[in-house]
Design a protein around this ligand. Structure first.
Ligand code: PMV
Length: 314
């Protein structure tokens, strides 16, 4: 029986979220601990989608999931195939709305699964177009960093509409990611920053420039392997994001707990106001101690990743 399979990991923004919307650089890492997978199988009649958030006909997808329908229909159109006679089964371990790029990852795995089913090559420009269709629907005007990070197997340096390039990571990064369990609203957080830019242009633009400078510093420190300095830069960027108004008490508390348990740096990741944060530690032992402390503080889920030159070793 003909089957198609598509996979895509999630992503972790190391530094530069929000300022990336204003053409400042950002650094993102592939986050393979959670991922989405789509299986495509033949059937007769209307296309159906089975997933943990929706089960039924494609034509009846709720409004907020219409982006997925656009991806599926466009993928069929590019392949000159009718939108019928197959079923999609989606499994994703990426928690939704936590800044880990679940919507972009799901769109990428859908596109890969459908192209695999039609035995067609999926070029990078087409994959980008398909993920953008869904991201634009979900987020309005996304910077594109989620799209690039979920389709890259290496850490990337990203500037909206200008640059996507792999970056060098000299020393292994020991990172604990913690989920507050609260769904963030990236759209609302991005709008709030924009509103702040109108009402308080000077201080807001200064914060965005500070984030740009910290992101540039982070790139240098990744290259030289100065993890202690990198940790300080990450924590400093959390403070700037907090000043921008995109953190919240829960995220701030997890950052404090990480630092008091030996992390070299900690910050929120993604849209903020809920969602996830992460801590950078100097060793595996320290990572496990921070993980324990975050779980005791009520983290819904935690993940440990060790990243070496873009190749995940654990
Ligand atoms: O919350 P997420 O995973 O969608 O990350 C959004 C990153 C932002 O910089 C806040 C928005 C964007 O479009 O880049």
């Amino acid at each position: 029986q003909r089957l198609g399979v598509g996979l895509a990991h999630s992503k972790l923004i190391l530094i530069g979220e929000h300022s990336v919307v204003y053409q400042k650089p950002a650094i993102a890492l592939p986050f393979e601990a959670v991922f989405s997978e789509v299986k495509v199988a033949p059937s007769t009649g209307a296309v159906t989608l089975a997933s943990h958030f929706y089960n039924g006909k494609l034509a009846q997808l709720p409004d907020k999931l219409q982006g997925l329908r656009h991806v599926i229909e466009r993928a069929c159109q590019i392949n000159n195939q009718p939108v019928k006679d197959f079923t999609l089964t989606l499994t994703s371990t990426i928690p939704i709305g936590r800044g880990l790029g679940s919507s972009a990852s799901i769109a990428a795995s859908l596109a890969r699964g459908i192209f695999d089913y039609f035995k067609a090559d999926l070029s990078l420009p087409v994959l980008r177009e398909l993920v953008d269709l869904s991201e634009t629907y979900a987020h309005g005007t996304p910077s594109g960093i989620d799209r690039e990070a979920v389709i890259s197997d290496e850490p990337i340096w990203f500037i909206k509409d200008q640059a996507v390039e792999p970056i060098e990571v000299k020393e292994p990064l020991n990172i604990i990611v913690a989920d507050t369990g609260r769904i963030g609203d990236t759209h609302a957080a991005v709008s709030a920053v924009n509103a702040r830019r109108q009402s308080e242009p000077d201080t807001t633009n200064q914060l965005l420039e500070d984030l740009e400078k910290l992101t540039e510093d982070a790139r240098t420190m990744l290259k030289t392997g100065d993890l202690k300095a990198l940790g300080h830069v990450l924590t400093a960027s959390h403070d700037k994001l907090k000043a921008l108004g995109v953190s919240d008490e829960g995220l701030d508390r997890y950052v404090d707990i990480s630092l008091s348990n030996g992390a070299v740096g900690a910050k929120l990741t993604g849209g903020g106001r809920g969602g996830c944060m992460f801590a950078l530690t100097a060793s595996t032992e320290q990572a496990l101690a921070v993980e324990q402390a975050l779980l005791e503080a009520g983290a819904k889920e935690t993940w440990y990743i060790q990243l070496t030159n873009g190749v995940k070793t654990d």
